[in-house]
Design a protein around this ligand. Structure first.
Ligand SMILES: CC(C)(COP(=O)(O)OP(=O)(O)OC[C@H]1O[C@@H](n2cnc3c(N)ncnc32)[C@H](O)[C@@H]1OP(=O)(O)O)[C@@H](O)C(=O)NCCC(=O)NCCS
Length: 244
């Protein structure tokens, strides 16, 4: 694809995704995340031509001007949009598909343990919120979303939303996912939860009653629904602004 057509495609993809972007000229002049991608493309060419040191040097120049540190060995797809740019780090063996959006502070890094392919793979259409960390050779499936501030340490299936530290799935294929089994909690404290729930079950049995098959989290789901309805009502009165 000719260089100018590629640049135009990049700019148009920002206009599509950022409601704060008003014109092509504004995007060209004011989006360091795009400049970072362009620096990367040049340094990646050098890298592939085995000019490793010049490639690293150019990527450091790009980092100086954009605040984005992309290793020239990484493989990035088309229409990558790095919004607000500052603090994004993309490691050497990371693979990023097409139409991916990353916010400021995102790290696609290694865990510090492995060699070889040690950085994540993001499939097409993935969205990663600000200051999220995706660590190790994990795969984020197509069109999945990673919440702001999350730490992802394992694979994420396609069309899912993950949040938290460590991240867990809250939506899959548009359906809310609730954790009802403590064995599914990914957390250093999950052993304590498992032990606690086993103890409650044991105590229920000792009291002679059969554990009641409760529909899990019914009350919480209703509360959440009421809260969302209230938020929707408030939105009619309060203008939140767009495109932070
Ligand atoms: C992850 C995200 C995409 C989910 O959006 P959504 O589909 O509208 O999801 P919801 O708001 O319904 O949240 C689902 C649940 O996850 C929780 N959640 C959402 N985002 C979270 C986050 N980043 N960290 C921890 N929990 C989060 C919500 O509290 C909610 O829990 P609850 O239902 O028990 O109350 C969004 O919250 C997010 O983090 N976006 C990133 C935005 C960003 O980076 N902006 C930068 C602007 S400069």
């Amino acid at each position: 694809m000719p260089v100018f057509a590629r640049i135009r495609e990049d700019i148009d993809s920002v206009l599509e995704r950022d409601p704060a972007a008003r014109s092509r000229l504004e995007v060209f002049l004011c989006y360091p995340g795009l400049w970072a991608v362009w620096y990367y493309r040049l340094s990646h060419r050098l890298w592939r031509s085995r000019l490793r040191l010049p490639a690293r040097l150019l990527s450091q120049v790009g980092r100086f001007f954009t605040g984005v540190d992309i290793h020239p060995g990484a493989e990035l797809g088309r229409r990558l949009f790095i919004d607000h740019a500052t603090g994004v780090v993309i490691g050497e063996t990371a693979i990023v598909g097409n139409d991916v959006t990353l916010y400021q502070g995102v790290t696609l890094g290694g865990t510090g343990k492995g060699n070889g392919k040690r950085h994540p793979t993001l499939c097409n259409g993935v969205f990663v919120g600000n200051n999220a960390n995706v660590l190790g050779n994990v795969t984020i499936g197509e069109n999945s979303r990673v919440g702001a501030g999350s730490v992802v340490l394992s694979d994420v299936p396609p069309n899912s939303t993950v949040v938290g530290v460590p991240a867990h799935i809250v939506y899959r294929n548009g359906e809310r996912v609730l954790i009802t089994d403590p064995h599914e909690v990914k957390d250093p404290l999950s052993d304590a939860l498992i032990a606690l729930s086993a103890r409650v079950e044991e105590l229920e049995q000792r009291l002679g009653g059969q554990p009641q098959p409760v529909e899990p989290f019914t009350a919480e789901a209703a509360e959440r629904e009421a809260y969302r309805m209230q938020l929707d009502r408030l939105r009619q009165y309060v203008s939140m602004g767009e495109g932070i």
